[in-house]
Design a protein around this ligand. Structure first.
Ligand code: PLP
Length: 733
């Protein structure tokens, strides 16, 4: 991607190196570095700590520093220090595999927007030396999960912070864990920093990643530290959550971060609230025996702490809400914490569990859902807290997800000038609705992105075919047996993309419920269709994994019954890079969760930002992004949502009803593509997505709505800019 409006000519490379007592960093000037740092450590506490279990911000999809350097021709003025940074930057790995899906990618996108808007935020997360997991797919076995081999030491843009008092050594923070006899065992973490540098290289958000995989740590801690969402046992799971939550205050203290507001991106890090409550009680009681705190004192402390916390809830699905058997917590936390948990994390459904969603709901000054429909659902799920739960609809980072070809197009029309700094400018795309040149160029950009996607798919299919002889893996795709030098998949075929985590409520197999009907639609008019699917199931999610296997099993049947017209391709090891190529290259993006279980969904927004229409159930963000057929299609069950609709049991997943609705809709969709060789109706939809959806479903607007909750005091010009973004939309209407 181009560096856009950054003037690379004036950049002096040695000015991209900054130092402080924690180390030497590359990417912004000393002046910028100091400016950001001083805000985060200032006595006025006017900044935010953003807490997330995962952050997805792979530099292979957005990397302003590298893009700027590639634009630079002269590199002669470099000293050896700078040379080393640059060498690592150009030759090091481009992935930081510490995310599992939508929650992490949202966190990354959010932080990038904070950086673009220059809002004082610092993020805290964990560093997983085995990442999440990497997915191999075998047509007979389905998903095979493998550990990720990844070394933060070799990864450009990641810095191990050093101890200011002992600069040869890493900075370490200490966190107490407890055994069942309330004896303390200390766990240590070192701290990595990634800088989310903005596209004008004049601001960054530090991400502090706590790394508990240290040789001296107790084995249970190391077990829990290595892999994101390791759920081998509930102890491991609870320990992992506690590492994040209990790590916040020590890392803030070690670095000197003074932020008064803490934003919980999901409840995973909510243990920080317990720490803060314990601190409050200590102040009230004037001695350290917290066990003697009365209920009133605990509630008073909780109310005080709540004033510092902002909480975003991301899902109505049960698996997304941490509940731990009380016995689990007896093994990792102090008795006084358990006392507080008894009062604040009561689980209505099980007296033997602590419910961390309840705790997060209880201890915050404001909570938000991630779409309007999700707000209504959350109100039903948590009637006690309904008053403070508002909607802030998710967004995506436009500079990350808009393809190069589309970005070049936007750059070349004066009506869209400034779109990189202000995605709201895309409202003006409406004025280009009848501009022949714009329409032609948009179609060309789309075709270019489809070419890129198909090149990727075809080489993948060939690679799998060739690997068949050298590995034990059966190619995941039936098409690998078909492809040869003359047979290729081609982008002139209507292409539907689907990629997301394989959770059963997302129903990846929905539209294959009746293969005969599906094939007859293709056969009737001789309309070919390519379905491109991708996504991982959590390694412990057996039902999710069997949906992947089903998708693989349907491939041959689809191909044969449709006489080769319908092909279903599975792309293994879904990540941000695959997502980016898919959302820009397909002709429509499919989203078919069971309503109302998809709280928001963001991959459809990535498609919309490229003008690609969605084919979607009326769930999550699409209720807001649909606009009466102008931006895409809707299908499936609608209507008011009640408690019964939240069921995730197989009988309640509405396969028959929603797939029938899809088959009813599909011929009209295909007719729009095949009925008109200039694709003018598709281009109409694309332009409507640009003008109606980009201004809303971007993280600048979302960050601006968060800011209204943060209560920061910002400089007037910055505040005015954020108010403009917030004015683009009111999620909570
Ligand atoms: C965007 C994204 C997701 C989230 O997609 P949903 O539509 O919200 O399910 C998951 N994984 C990756 C790699 C993504 O880029």
């Amino acid at each position: 991607m181009q560096a856009g409006n950054h003037s690379a000519d004036n950049l002096e490379l040695h000015k991209l190196v900054a130092k402080n007592k924690f180390g030497t960093f590359f990417g912004v000037s000393q002046e910028i570095f100091d400016k950001v740092w001083s805000k985060l450590t200032a006595a006025d506490s006017n900044s935010v700590v953003y807490i997330s279990m995962e952050i997805g911000a792979d530099p292979d999809v957005f990397h302003p520093i590298k893009d700027t350097l590639m634009d630079l021709e002269k590199t002669d003025s470099m000293d050896s220090n700078t040379k080393q940074f640059i060498k690592k930057l150009f030759h090091g790995p481009e992935k930081i595999p510490c995310y599992g899906g939508g929650l992490g990618v949202l966190a990354g996108d959010t932080l990038k927007s904070f950086a673009d808007c220059r809002v004082p935020v610092v993020a805290v997360s964990l560093l997983y030396r085995h990442g999440y997991f990497s997915q191999i797919v075998d047509s007979k076995l389905g998903q095979i999960s493998q550990t990720v081999e990844w070394r933060p030491e070799d990864t450009p843009g990641l810095y191990l912070l050093h101890d200011p008092d002992n600069p040869e050594k890493p900075l370490q923070i200490e966190i107490p864990f407890f055994n069942e006899y309330d004896q303390e065992t200390m766990a240590e973490a070192q701290v990595w920093m990634k800088m989310e540098v903005n596209h004008s290289l004049d601001y960054f958000i530090p991400e502090l990643l706590l790394d508990f995989s240290l040789a001296d740590n107790p084995i249970p801690i190391r077990d829990a530290a290595g892999q994101l969402y390791n759920s081998d046992s509930s102890i491991i799971k609870a320990t992992q959550r506690r590492m994040l939550g209990t790590g916040i205050l020590p890392v803030m203290e070690a670095i000197g971060i003074t932020s008064s507001t803490l934003h919980l991106n999901e409840q995973h890090g909510v243990v920080v609230a317990l720490q803060l409550i314990a601190e409050e009680l200590q102040g009230m009681l004037k001695h350290s025996n917290l066990c003697e705190a009365s209920e009133e004192q605990i509630f008073a402390a909780a109310d005080k702490v709540a004033k510092r916390l902002v909480y975003t809830i991301h899902t109505p699905v049960k698996a997304g809400h941490d509940r731990f058997n009380k016995s689990v917590y007896a093994g990792i936390s102090h008795k006084s914490c358990r006392h507080i948990l008894e009062l604040l994390a009561h689980d209505d459904e099980s007296p033997h569990s602590y419910n961390f969603t309840t705790l997060a709901m209880r201890v915050n000054r404001t909570a938000n859902s991630v779409s309007r429909l999700h707000r209504d659902v959350t109100h039903k799920q948590f009637p006690r807290f309904a008053q403070k739960i508002t909607a802030i609809t998710n967004g995506v980072h436009h500079l990350t997800w808009i393809s190069d070809a589309r970005a070049e197009l936007f750059d070349s029309f004066p009506e869209l000038a400034g779109w990189r700094d202000n995605p709201g400018v895309l409202q003006n795309a409406k004025k280009l609705q009848h501009n022949k040149q714009f329409r032609t160029y948009l179609l060309r950009a789309w075709e270019k992105d489809s070419e890129i996607l198909y090149q990727y798919i075809n080489s993948m299919l060939l690679l799998h075919r060739n690997e068949m002889t050298s590995t034990w893996i059966d190619p995941p795709n039936h098409y690998s047996n078909i492809i040869d030098d003359t047979t290729r998949l081609t982008p002139d075929v209507f292409t539907i993309g689907f990629a997301r985590r394989f959770s059963t409520y997302k129903r990846a197999d929905l539209i294959f419920d009746n293969i005969d009907t599906l094939c007859s639609i293709a056969l009737k008019n001789n309309w070919p269709i390519n379905f491109l699917f991708s996504g991982k199931a959590h390694p412990a999610d057996e039902p999710g994994k069997s949906v992947i296997k089903l998708i693989l099993d349907y491939q041959k049947e689809l191909h044969v019954k449709s006489k080769g017209l319908v092909n279903l391709i599975f792309i293994p090891n879904y990540d941000m890079q695959i997502a980016k190529v898919m959302v820009a290259g397909v002709h429509a993006w499919l989203n078919n969760p069971k309503r109302p279980l998809e709280a928001s969904g963001t991959s459809g927004m990535k498609a919309a930002l490229n003008g690609v229409p969605n084919l979607s159930i009326m769930d999550g963000w699409w209720v807001e992004g649909y606009h009466d057929g102008l931006t895409g299609w809707k299908f499936g069950h609608e209507g008011p949502v009640d408690e019964a609709d939240l069921s995730e049991s197989p009988e309640a997943l509405l396969y028959a009803e929603d797939s029938a609705s899809f088959y009813e809709m599909l011929p009209g969709v295909l007719e729009e593509f095949y009925g008109d060789s200039s694709h003018s109706r598709l281009i109409d939809k694309a332009i409507m997505n640009l003008s109606l959806n980009i201004p809303i479903f971007n993280t600048h607007r979302m960050a601006a709505e968060y800011l209204q909750k943060y209560q920061l005091k910002l400089p007037a010009t910055l505040q005015a800019r954020m108010d403009d973004f917030a004015a683009l939309y009111n999620s909570n209407e």
